[in-house]
Every structure is written in structure tokens, then in C-alpha cells.
Design a protein around this ligand. Sequence first.
Ligand code: AMP
Ligand code: ZN
Length: 302
Amino acid sequence: MLDHVTFLNSLFDKGLLVETGVDGLYGRSGEFEEVIQRFDALVSRYGEADKAEVMRFPPAMSRSIFETSGYLKSFPQLAGTVHSFCGNDHDHAILLERVASGDDWTEGQKATDVVMTPAACYPLYPAMAKRGPLPEEGRLFDLQSYCFRHEPSKDPARMQLFRMREYVRAGTPEQVVAFRESWLERGQKLMGSLGVPLHIDVANDPFFGRAGRMMVAGQREQGLKFELLIPITSVEKPTACLSFNYHQDHFGSTWDIKTSIGAVAHTACVGFGLERVALALFKHHGLDTIKWPAAVRKELWG
Ligand code: AMP
Ligand code: ZN
């Protein structure tokens, strides 16, 4: 059996993850959730001194904001849209008939104004833009959201709905690059303190199609994305657990976010895949948190 399937089954057997019938969509036990909460709190301790502004969005966002953000240009394969029944009695009868006969009943569903959030920071940029130019010191936000990506898989580290904790910085290129540098350091220190093997590498987003290949090359050449990788379900292909993204002026120009002197703002974000980090800890320290190394327990439980 493939390593990731064996690991997934052991998580089900132990009750840490709960099957729902869909790959990449799982319930979680109290113990799994506690690890996520403790890790989330540890991230907050590392970021505390920066006094980020906390903001929380629901796991779905405005379709029009999503369209403007350009997500469909880069990642149409991952997007999740929310559709709903908008018909009359006659349409309802057809719908029920189709459900009963096992035919496709989704054909008549209409797109709503809502799509699933693909990354925690997407709803932030237009909200930030509404506040006008950035103050001289720029801005820093603390986000966490469930995110949806249509990438069904039996690899437990590749979920369709997962939580992403983020810090997002907006400001001058210097401010934003300094933020990313500092989190590259902190991220390694933080994960190192949890006793997991890790390394940093340059990375790319899964840009779609032929045009996407150019984007991948450009992103890698310019070093716009780094990942902190930890082997979870494969030693050869370790899993990205933290990401460090420099968007340059992409969101600043898309949403007209200006610095205090009227230049287009640059942005960067550091993202923590909360389920992936929990899975890395269960993989390396065992499926029983009580038996985890004392030093790791101390970091998380204090
Ligand atoms: P990205 O925007 O792709 O860099 O994602 C940010 C972080 O979210 C990554 O570093 C991962 O830890 C996490 N992540 C991305 N995709 C998934 C997924 N399918 N399942 C679980 N976590 C994910
Ligand atoms: Zn982000």
C-alpha cells in the first residue's frame, strides 16, 4: 500500500481523523484539534511583538472579489464555487425527480454571490484598500481561515478543506521583504523547536496550463515563494507546511493599495498549514500526544 494511504488509515483507526466519504474532507478528534490550537497559540507567541491586527473571515468570500483577484486566471482547477437552487415549483419537481432517479440534479443550480476562500488572505486586500493609503509603517494582519481547494487526494496532507493561519504585511518593498526574511528565520526556529526534520526551498504555486508554465518559471527565478518542507507521507517528496510569499505589487495594483507616499503597495504573507503541521507532529512523534517528547510537549502545552 502507498505510504500516504497507510498513514491515512492509521489516522482513521486511531480516530484522529474521521472519514466523511470524500477524499480530503475529514472530521477531526478533540486531540487533533488540541494540537492545532496549541500550535496556533505558539505561532501567536512568535508573532506577538509585531502587534498584528487580528481579522477573521468566514471560509467563503465574495464572488466578485474572487473574480477581480485573478484567481481564475492562475488556478481555475482549484477553485470552488457555491451554487444554489433558484427555481420555481416546476423546477423543484424536476430536481426531486432527478435526485430520486439518480440523474444529474446539479444542472439547474445557479452560481451564488459566494465562492469558497482559496487562501486566507484573499478577502483581506479589498478590505485593506477601503481604508485608504497605508500609514508610514505599513500594515500587518493576523488571519486564519478554512480554505477550499479542489484537489481530492488520499494523501492526508492534501485536504480539500483545511485551515491556514497567516500573517500578511503591506508596505514598501523594503518593509515587506524584511517581514518575509524575519519569518523565514522564525519559521525555522519555531518548527525546529517542535523536533521535526525540515528544510527550506524555493517553490512555485500550481499555475494552470501553458501560460502557467511561464508563471512557474518566473516565480522560481525571482525567488518569490519559499516553503518550509517536512517529510510526512514521503521522504523524497516532503510536504510544504509553511509558505513565505512575496507578491510584489500584484495585490497592491489589483486593489489600488497605496503607501503613505502614494506608491503602489507591495505585499507578502507567511502561511501556516495547520492540519499539515499537526500531521507532521503525529508522523514524527507518534499518534499519542501523551507520549510525545517532553521538549515538544513543553513548547506546545507550556
Ligand atoms: P499556499 O498558498 O499553497 O502556499 O498554501 C499555504 C499553506 O497552506 C501551505 O504551506 C500548506 O501548509 C497549506 N496547504 C496548501 N494546500 C493544502 C492542502 N491541500 N491541504 C492541506 N494544507 C494545505
Ligand atoms: Zn496569503
